[in-house]
Design a protein around this ligand. Structure first.
Ligand SMILES: [Zn+2]
Length: 346
Protein backbone atom coordinates (compact mmCIF):
# COMPACT_ATOMS: atom_id res chain seq x y z
CA UNK A 1 0.00 0.00 0.00
CA UNK A 2 1.56 3.20 -1.17
CA UNK A 3 0.12 6.54 -0.20
CA UNK A 4 -0.07 9.13 -2.91
CA UNK A 5 2.50 11.86 -2.35
CA UNK A 6 1.57 15.43 -3.25
CA UNK A 7 4.81 17.30 -2.65
CA UNK A 8 4.56 21.08 -2.13
CA UNK A 9 7.69 23.16 -1.61
CA UNK A 10 6.75 26.64 -0.36
CA UNK A 11 9.01 29.63 -1.05
CA UNK A 12 9.04 33.03 0.63
CA UNK A 13 10.59 36.12 -0.98
CA UNK A 14 11.40 39.25 1.07
CA UNK A 15 11.84 42.68 -0.49
CA UNK A 16 11.17 46.37 0.11
CA UNK A 17 7.91 47.06 -1.67
CA UNK A 18 7.40 50.32 -3.64
CA UNK A 19 3.64 49.71 -3.39
CA UNK A 20 3.93 49.94 0.41
CA UNK A 21 6.23 52.93 0.70
CA UNK A 22 9.25 50.57 0.62
CA UNK A 23 8.19 48.69 3.71
CA UNK A 24 9.42 45.11 3.89
CA UNK A 25 7.01 42.60 2.41
CA UNK A 26 6.97 38.85 1.85
CA UNK A 27 5.61 37.15 -1.25
CA UNK A 28 4.67 33.47 -1.29
CA UNK A 29 5.10 31.06 -4.16
CA UNK A 30 5.19 27.31 -4.41
CA UNK A 31 6.90 24.52 -6.32
CA UNK A 32 4.94 21.29 -6.75
CA UNK A 33 5.92 17.81 -7.92
CA UNK A 34 3.56 15.76 -10.03
CA UNK A 35 2.72 12.61 -8.02
CA UNK A 36 3.24 10.36 -11.09
CA UNK A 37 6.17 11.80 -13.06
CA UNK A 38 7.74 13.99 -10.35
CA UNK A 39 7.84 16.76 -12.99
CA UNK A 40 7.83 20.12 -11.25
CA UNK A 41 5.58 23.13 -11.74
CA UNK A 42 5.45 26.55 -10.12
CA UNK A 43 2.54 28.43 -8.68
CA UNK A 44 3.44 32.09 -8.71
CA UNK A 45 2.65 35.49 -10.25
CA UNK A 46 -0.69 35.78 -8.50
CA UNK A 47 -1.18 39.40 -9.51
CA UNK A 48 -2.73 38.56 -12.89
CA UNK A 49 -5.35 41.17 -13.75
CA UNK A 50 -8.96 40.61 -14.79
CA UNK A 51 -9.46 38.65 -17.97
CA UNK A 52 -10.36 40.82 -20.96
CA UNK A 53 -13.44 40.24 -23.07
CA UNK A 54 -12.15 39.07 -26.46
CA UNK A 55 -13.88 40.45 -29.56
CA UNK A 56 -14.76 37.15 -31.23
CA UNK A 57 -16.75 38.90 -33.97
CA UNK A 58 -13.58 40.71 -35.10
CA UNK A 59 -11.62 37.45 -35.04
CA UNK A 60 -14.43 35.78 -36.96
CA UNK A 61 -14.39 38.41 -39.71
CA UNK A 62 -10.60 38.31 -40.03
CA UNK A 63 -10.67 34.52 -40.22
CA UNK A 64 -13.09 34.53 -43.16
CA UNK A 65 -11.21 36.95 -45.43
CA UNK A 66 -9.72 34.11 -47.46
CA UNK A 67 -12.58 31.66 -46.86
CA UNK A 68 -12.50 28.67 -44.54
CA UNK A 69 -11.70 25.16 -45.82
CA UNK A 70 -13.71 23.60 -42.97
CA UNK A 71 -17.00 25.42 -43.67
CA UNK A 72 -19.72 23.26 -45.28
CA UNK A 73 -19.59 24.96 -48.69
CA UNK A 74 -15.83 24.27 -48.99
CA UNK A 75 -15.01 21.19 -46.95
CA UNK A 76 -16.03 18.50 -49.45
CA UNK A 77 -14.16 20.25 -52.29
CA UNK A 78 -10.85 21.18 -50.68
CA UNK A 79 -10.09 18.57 -48.01
CA UNK A 80 -8.46 15.22 -48.85
CA UNK A 81 -10.19 11.84 -48.83
CA UNK A 82 -8.93 8.64 -47.24
CA UNK A 83 -7.75 5.78 -49.42
CA UNK A 84 -10.52 3.19 -49.83
CA UNK A 85 -9.12 0.60 -47.40
CA UNK A 86 -9.39 3.19 -44.58
CA UNK A 87 -12.73 4.70 -45.64
CA UNK A 88 -14.59 3.48 -48.75
CA UNK A 89 -16.68 6.68 -48.71
CA UNK A 90 -13.60 8.86 -48.38
CA UNK A 91 -14.41 10.49 -45.03
CA UNK A 92 -16.04 9.59 -41.69
CA UNK A 93 -19.07 11.55 -40.54
CA UNK A 94 -21.30 11.53 -37.47
CA UNK A 95 -23.88 14.27 -37.00
CA UNK A 96 -22.08 17.54 -37.81
CA UNK A 97 -18.64 15.97 -37.35
CA UNK A 98 -16.45 15.11 -40.34
CA UNK A 99 -13.05 13.31 -40.36
CA UNK A 100 -10.63 13.55 -43.30
CA UNK A 101 -6.87 13.16 -43.80
CA UNK A 102 -4.62 15.94 -42.53
CA UNK A 103 -2.98 17.69 -45.50
CA UNK A 104 0.05 18.18 -43.26
CA UNK A 105 0.26 14.82 -41.45
CA UNK A 106 1.92 14.34 -38.05
CA UNK A 107 2.50 10.64 -38.69
CA UNK A 108 1.58 7.95 -41.24
CA UNK A 109 -2.05 7.97 -40.05
CA UNK A 110 -3.04 11.55 -39.32
CA UNK A 111 -6.45 13.19 -39.69
CA UNK A 112 -8.56 16.23 -38.83
CA UNK A 113 -11.97 16.10 -37.17
CA UNK A 114 -14.18 19.12 -37.85
CA UNK A 115 -16.56 19.43 -34.88
CA UNK A 116 -19.34 21.72 -36.11
CA UNK A 117 -20.89 23.03 -39.31
CA UNK A 118 -20.82 26.55 -37.87
CA UNK A 119 -17.53 28.43 -38.34
CA UNK A 120 -17.68 30.47 -35.13
CA UNK A 121 -18.62 28.50 -32.04
CA UNK A 122 -18.53 30.35 -28.74
CA UNK A 123 -17.91 28.19 -25.68
CA UNK A 124 -21.62 28.23 -24.82
CA UNK A 125 -22.66 27.25 -28.38
CA UNK A 126 -21.28 23.71 -28.04
CA UNK A 127 -23.75 20.94 -27.26
CA UNK A 128 -23.00 17.51 -25.83
CA UNK A 129 -23.84 16.11 -29.29
CA UNK A 130 -21.13 18.21 -30.98
CA UNK A 131 -18.36 16.68 -28.87
CA UNK A 132 -19.87 13.21 -28.66
CA UNK A 133 -20.17 13.00 -32.45
CA UNK A 134 -16.69 14.44 -33.06
CA UNK A 135 -15.21 11.84 -30.70
CA UNK A 136 -17.29 8.96 -32.12
CA UNK A 137 -16.19 9.88 -35.67
CA UNK A 138 -12.56 10.09 -34.46
CA UNK A 139 -12.85 6.68 -32.78
CA UNK A 140 -14.29 5.23 -36.00
CA UNK A 141 -11.22 6.48 -37.84
CA UNK A 142 -8.93 4.79 -35.29
CA UNK A 143 -10.91 1.56 -35.62
CA UNK A 144 -10.46 1.66 -39.41
CA UNK A 145 -6.70 2.25 -39.03
CA UNK A 146 -6.52 -0.61 -36.55
CA UNK A 147 -8.39 -2.86 -38.97
CA UNK A 148 -5.93 -2.10 -41.77
CA UNK A 149 -2.73 -2.12 -39.69
CA UNK A 150 -3.78 -4.70 -37.05
CA UNK A 151 -2.43 -2.15 -34.56
CA UNK A 152 -2.65 1.61 -34.02
CA UNK A 153 -0.10 2.27 -31.29
CA UNK A 154 -1.35 5.33 -29.44
CA UNK A 155 -4.55 6.90 -30.79
CA UNK A 156 -4.03 10.57 -29.97
CA UNK A 157 -6.77 13.22 -30.02
CA UNK A 158 -5.70 16.83 -29.56
CA UNK A 159 -7.29 20.21 -30.10
CA UNK A 160 -6.48 23.92 -30.12
CA UNK A 161 -9.57 26.04 -29.59
CA UNK A 162 -9.15 29.65 -30.66
CA UNK A 163 -5.92 31.45 -31.65
CA UNK A 164 -4.45 31.76 -28.13
CA UNK A 165 -4.34 27.96 -27.99
CA UNK A 166 -2.43 27.78 -31.27
CA UNK A 167 -5.38 27.22 -33.61
CA UNK A 168 -4.46 28.07 -37.20
CA UNK A 169 -8.15 28.10 -38.15
CA UNK A 170 -11.04 29.46 -36.11
CA UNK A 171 -13.39 26.68 -37.22
CA UNK A 172 -13.49 24.14 -34.32
CA UNK A 173 -11.52 21.01 -35.13
CA UNK A 174 -9.31 18.32 -33.61
CA UNK A 175 -6.03 16.77 -34.72
CA UNK A 176 -6.10 12.99 -34.42
CA UNK A 177 -3.30 10.58 -35.26
CA UNK A 178 -2.14 7.05 -34.63
CA UNK A 179 1.50 6.67 -33.70
CA UNK A 180 4.01 4.40 -31.97
CA UNK A 181 5.68 7.57 -30.62
CA UNK A 182 3.39 9.07 -27.96
CA UNK A 183 5.47 12.21 -27.34
CA UNK A 184 7.67 13.11 -24.37
CA UNK A 185 4.97 13.90 -21.82
CA UNK A 186 2.76 10.85 -22.39
CA UNK A 187 5.82 8.59 -22.62
CA UNK A 188 7.01 9.87 -19.24
CA UNK A 189 3.57 9.24 -17.75
CA UNK A 190 3.45 5.70 -19.12
CA UNK A 191 7.00 4.88 -18.02
CA UNK A 192 6.15 6.14 -14.52
CA UNK A 193 2.80 4.31 -14.45
CA UNK A 194 4.46 1.03 -15.44
CA UNK A 195 7.09 1.54 -12.76
CA UNK A 196 4.38 2.35 -10.21
CA UNK A 197 2.57 -0.86 -11.13
CA UNK A 198 5.74 -2.93 -10.81
CA UNK A 199 6.51 -1.41 -7.42
CA UNK A 200 3.03 -1.53 -5.89
CA UNK A 201 0.84 -3.86 -7.96
CA UNK A 202 -1.61 -0.96 -8.34
CA UNK A 203 -2.72 1.18 -11.27
CA UNK A 204 -1.60 4.74 -10.46
CA UNK A 205 -4.79 6.26 -11.86
CA UNK A 206 -7.03 4.16 -9.62
CA UNK A 207 -5.03 5.27 -6.58
CA UNK A 208 -5.04 8.89 -7.74
CA UNK A 209 -8.82 8.83 -8.13
CA UNK A 210 -9.29 7.23 -4.72
CA UNK A 211 -6.95 9.73 -3.09
CA UNK A 212 -8.57 12.77 -4.73
CA UNK A 213 -12.08 11.53 -3.93
CA UNK A 214 -11.15 11.04 -0.28
CA UNK A 215 -9.52 14.47 -0.01
CA UNK A 216 -12.30 16.10 -2.01
CA UNK A 217 -10.42 19.35 -2.61
CA UNK A 218 -9.52 18.90 -6.29
CA UNK A 219 -12.13 16.23 -7.11
CA UNK A 220 -15.03 17.66 -9.14
CA UNK A 221 -17.43 14.75 -9.62
CA UNK A 222 -18.43 12.30 -12.32
CA UNK A 223 -20.47 12.42 -15.49
CA UNK A 224 -21.67 8.86 -16.05
CA UNK A 225 -18.57 6.67 -16.00
CA UNK A 226 -16.10 9.56 -16.42
CA UNK A 227 -14.39 11.08 -13.36
CA UNK A 228 -13.28 14.72 -13.20
CA UNK A 229 -10.64 16.50 -11.15
CA UNK A 230 -8.24 19.43 -11.21
CA UNK A 231 -4.61 18.24 -11.49
CA UNK A 232 -2.21 18.98 -8.61
CA UNK A 233 0.37 20.38 -11.08
CA UNK A 234 -1.29 22.29 -13.93
CA UNK A 235 0.35 22.78 -17.30
CA UNK A 236 -1.54 26.00 -18.05
CA UNK A 237 -0.85 29.39 -16.50
CA UNK A 238 -4.53 29.52 -15.50
CA UNK A 239 -5.38 25.90 -14.72
CA UNK A 240 -6.19 22.47 -16.13
CA UNK A 241 -9.12 20.08 -15.79
CA UNK A 242 -8.60 16.33 -16.09
CA UNK A 243 -11.04 13.57 -17.02
CA UNK A 244 -10.33 9.92 -16.17
CA UNK A 245 -11.85 6.93 -17.97
CA UNK A 246 -11.66 4.18 -15.33
CA UNK A 247 -10.49 0.77 -16.57
CA UNK A 248 -10.05 2.03 -20.15
CA UNK A 249 -6.49 1.55 -21.37
CA UNK A 250 -6.49 2.27 -25.12
CA UNK A 251 -8.39 4.75 -27.24
CA UNK A 252 -10.15 1.74 -28.80
CA UNK A 253 -11.53 0.77 -25.36
CA UNK A 254 -13.69 3.92 -25.21
CA UNK A 255 -17.36 3.15 -25.79
CA UNK A 256 -20.01 5.43 -27.25
CA UNK A 257 -21.35 5.86 -23.71
CA UNK A 258 -17.89 6.86 -22.46
CA UNK A 259 -17.62 9.52 -25.16
CA UNK A 260 -21.12 10.78 -24.39
CA UNK A 261 -20.24 10.98 -20.67
CA UNK A 262 -17.02 12.85 -21.44
CA UNK A 263 -18.85 15.27 -23.76
CA UNK A 264 -21.32 16.02 -20.97
CA UNK A 265 -18.52 16.98 -18.56
CA UNK A 266 -16.69 18.98 -21.20
CA UNK A 267 -19.80 21.07 -21.89
CA UNK A 268 -19.98 21.79 -18.14
CA UNK A 269 -16.34 22.99 -18.23
CA UNK A 270 -17.18 25.16 -21.25
CA UNK A 271 -20.01 26.78 -19.27
CA UNK A 272 -17.50 27.66 -16.56
CA UNK A 273 -15.21 29.12 -19.23
CA UNK A 274 -18.04 31.21 -20.63
CA UNK A 275 -18.88 32.55 -17.16
CA UNK A 276 -15.27 33.47 -16.34
CA UNK A 277 -14.08 35.07 -19.62
CA UNK A 278 -11.91 32.11 -20.56
CA UNK A 279 -12.15 31.82 -24.31
CA UNK A 280 -9.35 29.49 -25.36
CA UNK A 281 -8.14 26.01 -24.42
CA UNK A 282 -6.09 23.03 -25.51
CA UNK A 283 -7.46 19.54 -25.17
CA UNK A 284 -5.57 16.24 -25.36
CA UNK A 285 -6.36 12.59 -24.75
CA UNK A 286 -3.64 10.45 -23.14
CA UNK A 287 -4.18 6.76 -23.87
CA UNK A 288 -1.88 3.78 -23.50
CA UNK A 289 -1.42 1.25 -26.28
CA UNK A 290 -2.98 -1.51 -24.22
CA UNK A 291 -3.57 -2.63 -20.64
CA UNK A 292 0.18 -3.34 -20.43
CA UNK A 293 0.86 0.40 -20.26
CA UNK A 294 -0.96 0.44 -16.86
CA UNK A 295 -2.46 3.82 -17.81
CA UNK A 296 -6.15 4.66 -17.73
CA UNK A 297 -7.14 6.80 -20.68
CA UNK A 298 -7.32 10.38 -19.42
CA UNK A 299 -7.80 13.77 -21.02
CA UNK A 300 -6.75 17.28 -20.09
CA UNK A 301 -8.39 20.58 -20.85
CA UNK A 302 -5.82 23.34 -20.41
CA UNK A 303 -7.03 26.95 -20.32
CA UNK A 304 -5.11 29.44 -22.44
CA UNK A 305 -4.95 33.20 -22.47
CA UNK A 306 -2.71 36.23 -22.62
CA UNK A 307 -0.22 37.36 -19.97
CA UNK A 308 -0.69 40.94 -21.10
CA UNK A 309 -3.79 41.43 -23.26
CA UNK A 310 -2.82 45.01 -24.17
CA UNK A 311 0.26 43.70 -26.00
CA UNK A 312 -1.25 40.37 -27.06
CA UNK A 313 1.52 38.70 -25.00
CA UNK A 314 1.08 34.93 -25.15
CA UNK A 315 1.06 32.81 -22.01
CA UNK A 316 4.14 30.81 -23.04
CA UNK A 317 7.42 32.55 -22.22
CA UNK A 318 11.00 31.39 -21.60
CA UNK A 319 10.27 29.45 -18.43
CA UNK A 320 7.74 27.28 -20.27
CA UNK A 321 9.31 27.30 -23.74
CA UNK A 322 12.98 26.82 -22.83
CA UNK A 323 13.08 25.43 -19.26
CA UNK A 324 9.99 23.25 -19.89
CA UNK A 325 8.61 24.35 -16.51
CA UNK A 326 4.89 25.06 -16.22
CA UNK A 327 3.84 27.91 -14.02
CA UNK A 328 0.36 28.76 -12.90
CA UNK A 329 -1.02 31.98 -11.51
CA UNK A 330 -3.95 30.42 -9.63
CA UNK A 331 -3.94 27.67 -7.01
CA UNK A 332 -5.51 24.51 -8.54
CA UNK A 333 -7.61 24.15 -5.39
CA UNK A 334 -9.21 27.56 -6.10
CA UNK A 335 -9.94 26.57 -9.69
CA UNK A 336 -11.55 23.36 -8.38
CA UNK A 337 -13.73 25.32 -5.95
CA UNK A 338 -14.96 27.49 -8.83
CA UNK A 339 -15.63 24.48 -11.08
CA UNK A 340 -17.39 22.25 -8.55
CA UNK A 341 -20.83 23.89 -8.86
CA UNK A 342 -20.77 23.06 -12.58
CA UNK A 343 -20.44 19.37 -11.69
CA UNK A 344 -23.08 19.35 -8.96
CA UNK A 345 -25.93 17.01 -9.83
CA UNK A 346 -29.20 18.86 -10.32
ZN1 LIG B 1 -15.23 27.60 -41.21
Amino acid sequence: MTTMEFVRIPRLTRFLDPRQNYGETTIESEIRLDPLTQFSGRIAHFAAGPRPVVDLDALNQASLVHGCPFCPEMVSRVTPKFVPDIAPEGRFSEGEALVFPNLSPYDAHSAVTVISRAHLMRTHDFTVAHWRNALIASANYFRAVNHVEQHIGYGLIAGNYMPMAGASLLHPHLQIYATDRPGNFLKAQIDAARHYHQATGDVFWAKLLQSEQEAGVRYLGRTGAVEWLVPFVPLSFIGDVEALFPERYSILDLTTDDLQDFAQGLVQVLRYMNDTNLYSFNIAFYPGQSVEDCTWVHARISFRGMINPVLNSPDVSAIRQLYDEPFTTVFPEEVAAELKPYFARA
